[in-house]
Design a protein around this ligand. Structure first.
Ligand code: UD1
Ligand code: MG
Length: 438
């Protein structure tokens, strides 16, 4: 497509009050800048990300996901501001789309009406009952006259409800002409990209406003904005998956990472959290279960289970208060109160309540291998590395420290002792419940 894109990500993000650069703050699992670059890349083969504050950190984060990304370091000392950010950038194409890096909700579809415009400048605007934080768009007789930043507004201009959404399509020649004319004579002593509008207007250029939805163009400047943007992102993610066939009970209580994938027939109960690149197929995730980067197929988990990264569950039942980490369970039942870490457990095996794989000895992590049709009694500890072959029974309360051969019983228990009449000797014969009276 004959369009270049410039993504502005050099600002300090002071209003976030954070040591993490603003554009790296995550929304639904990914830095907000990723969403902007992703949208840019579907529209253009020439995307430049402008950096300055914590440039190296942001560059590394972007490269980890977009290995071919192009960067430009802004001459921030001499030319701070969004206008300074766009200066001296070599673009390949005649049209240049400028996107703010703090607009994580933007999508290629939402940008389409802007990209299609044929004016000298196409700009995005929306109307807000509370426009605070945004540049106000002065429109007279249907024509855009200027954008005035909030800090430079007169009291009357502050009342304007039409705001600049922060996306512009410029003809390259317009940028070439007006960028050198920008000045920093304003409240923030910055070179505002938005000042091009007024200059272009005065010289009779055609500026086309395109009304857009805040749901796709919201700018994030504070952590309050961040939370609001994440809510909008969550609604979008959940709507997509519900339409694709995922049942959600009380979706407003469910959190789903933007990278998670669902296949087939899935149900999520209230309070479920799905983090990371989890893949869930034909499964039921019950209330308040947390799934993190796990692969779950034809299984049910929870309520209140935690399935951690690297876990693969196939045809498996996981009940309440079971934690699984980096383990592969196929055809397994683990109904209650267990920790299964670095384990490989095969078909037909039943994991009793309170079973724990002791996978860490303070220095290293070790594997527990459990075969088919193993009956693991309650309160069993498996001290890894250890292997339990097929068709084994492990008695309740056993600490398994040695491998168990197929067909065997493993039992390690202190023999039970009975002391007759002990209770009455200890508490006395009368009223044993009222100990405080004794
Ligand atoms: C900007 C617009 C405002 C608009 C709003 C929409 C200007 C002057 N104002 O304001 O009209 O309503 O976006 O969200 O453009 N950046 C740089 N270099 C800099 C300064 C900023 O690259 O020197 C980047 C930031 O990293 C950010 C983007 O530009 O991604 C916007 O900067 P920000 O400070 O958030 O501008 P706003 O005050 O939101
Ligand atoms: Mg902003």
């Amino acid at each position: 497509m004959s369009l270049s894109v410039i993504v502005l990500a050099a600002g300090q993000g002071t209003r976030m009050k954070s040591t993490l650069p603003k554009v790296l703050h995550p929304i639904s699992g990914q830095p907000m800048l990723y969403y902007v670059i992703e949208a840019a890349k579907t529209l253009s083969d020439d995307v430049t990300v402008v950096l300055f504050h914590q440039a190296e950190r942001i560059e590394n984060a972007v490269k980890a996901r977009f290995s071919d990304a192009k960067f430009k370091i802004q001459d921030h000392a001499n030319y701070p501001g969004t206008g300074g950010a766009v200066m001296d950038i070599e673009t390949m194409h005649e049209k240049v789309l400028v996107l703010n890096g703090d607009m994580p909700l933007v999508t290629p579809e939402a940008l389409e009406p802007l990209v299609e415009g044929d004016a000298d400048i196409v700009m995005s605007v929306f109307d807000l009952p509370n426009p605070s934080g945004y540049g106000r768009v002065v429109i007279e007789n249907g024509e855009v006259m200027a954008i005035v930043e909030e800090k430079d507004c007169t009291p009357e201009q502050k009342e304007i409800k039409t705001v600049n959404a922060g996306v512009y399509l410029f003809k390259k020649e317009v940028l070439d002409r007006y960028l050198p004319l920008l000045s920093n004579d304003n409240a923030q002593a910055e070179y505002y990209l938005t000042d091009i509008i007024k200059m272009a207007r005065e010289e009779g250029l055609h500026i086309k406003p395109v009304w857009v939805e805040e749901a796709a163009f919201k700018g994030v400047n504070s952590r309050y904005d961040l939370a609001h943007a994440e809510e909008l992102m969550q609604s979008r993610i959940k709507e997509k998956w519900m339409r694709a066939g995922v049942t959600m009970h009380l979706p407003s209580t469910i959190y789903i990472d933007s990278r998670a994938l669902f296949h087939g027939d899935c149900t999520l109960d209230n309070g479920v959290t799905i983090h990371g690149e989890s893949v869930i197929a034909d499964s039921h995730i019950k209330s308040h279960t947390v799934i993190e980067d796990a692969d779950i197929r034809n299984s049910d988990c929870g309520p209140m289970a935690r399935i951690r990264p690297g876990s693969i569950l196939i045809d498996t039942h996981i009940g309440d208060f079971v934690e699984v980490k980096k383990s592969r369970l196929k055809g397994v039942k683990a109904g209650h109160l267990s920790y299964l870490g670095d384990a490989d457990i095969d078909e037909g095996t039943n994991v009793g309540a309170g079973t724990i794989t002791c996978n860490y000895d303070g220095r290293g992590k070790y594997k527990t291998r459990i075969g088919k049709n193993v009956f693991i009694g309650s309160d069993t500890q498996l001290v890894a590395p250890v292997t339990v072959e097929d068709n084994v029974m492990i008695a309740a309360g056993t600490t398994v420290t040695k491998d168990v051969k197929s067909g065997a019983l493993a039992i390690s228990r202190t023999p039970q002792k009975i002391v007759e009449n002990f209770f009455h000797r200890f508490f006395g014969k009368k009223n044993p419940d009222k100990k405080s009276d004794q």
